[in-house]
Ligand binder design. Sequence first.
Ligand code: HAM
Length: 425
Amino acid sequence: MTKTSSFSAPKGIPDYVPPGSAEFVAVRDGLIRAARLAGYGHIELPVFEDTGLFARGVGESTDVVSKEMYTFPDRGDRSVTLRPEGTAGVMRAVIEHGLDRGQLPVKLVYNGPFFRYERPQAGRYRQLQQVGIEAIGVDDPALDAEVIAIADAGFRGLGLDGFRLELTSLGDETCRPQYRELLQEFLFGLPLDEETKRRAQLNPLRVLDDKRPEVREMTAGAPLMIDHLSESAKTHFEQVLGHLDALGVPYVVNPRMVRGLDYYTKTTFEFVHDGLGAQSGIGGGGRYDGLMAQLGGQPLSGIGFGLGVDRTVLALQAEGKTAGDAARCEVFGVPLGEAAKQRLVVVAAHLRAAGISVDLAYGGRGVKGAMKAADRSGAKFTLVLGDRDLTEETIGLKDMATGEQRQIPLDEVVGAVREALDVSS
Ligand code: HAM
């Protein structure tokens, strides 16, 4: 037969297939677990939303909104966008369902795919996976520290240690506008190219993030937000650092840190891993005290993070570590004949119902082939059932580590296998 077409995944979109998918799941679940331990409840969000939500929430002047969104009209001619991040959607759902009128803070954890039309490269995908949390409605430095400490604990719980936490304060509504003017005044005095001048007009902070050495040099003496904080923003930041010290969470203050999203205020942070090359951010977040009001809700504060699951997997690999075992069953069943197979299918169902993982040799292989499959499966025990065993109501239980095999009564198989697994573990 001639092959007339072939398909591959869209550019920049990863598949997660065994055995590597086990690592992905372990990382994702490990990061979620850290949030659950601090009382964050699960929120499941739509994968696409009204385009205006992201334009207004994330900011028109950001690369994410202006260049990277997957936006299209649906069949009813509404403009929808595949979610590029989670915070705006969480705010929308919290307002829509009135969660902001209940007990505060509202603490939520989410995970799943997000979409950004970026140029694909190692660690940068067009579909990326995040675990995120948001804590809404309480402006308390201890809560900032909790959010940061959850991320730190999540990474460390996976065995990761080659990362650093960078943080700064981006000020509040009283000091940021003044600082913005000050920075613009400084930038407009520099011999910048037209495009950079435009950026200085639109989003001056972004100019501090310019990677070109000549621009870096020119902006080396730029005024920094951290030196122009209002009294309350300054106190808030100092208290966050005090909590982190008490928690033993190491950090470095990076006053030049610039995040790619517009909603940040006050505490802002990033987790950076040096084993990843250019795409070194394994997670980031911060406060966004004006976002809810901007989206039409009450003026409630908020803080959260998004941790990159894909990049955390890569970071673990860069450290030579693994998380999660490849999917492998504890028990493998080998039927020798049709009647035996019928019975073994039922035995497998009973074992699974008792919480024991079981796979079977399917497809009528010979004894040799089936035993080879048992070997390759990595199972700890193999159950061998012949038609003759059926008349005696027994089954062979083979310990794959020692090669020893013994007959056990078929009606005691669940107990016997459980006992054998307990002894072997
Ligand atoms: P973000 O910094 O844009 O923040 O993304 C968070 C993390 O997602 C990054 O640190 C990175 O690990 C991962 N990530 C982002 N883009 C890509 C990509 N193209 N490929 C692979 N991984 C990527 C946010 O999204 C905010 N919503 C976080 C937040 C929540 N802030 C407050 N609450």
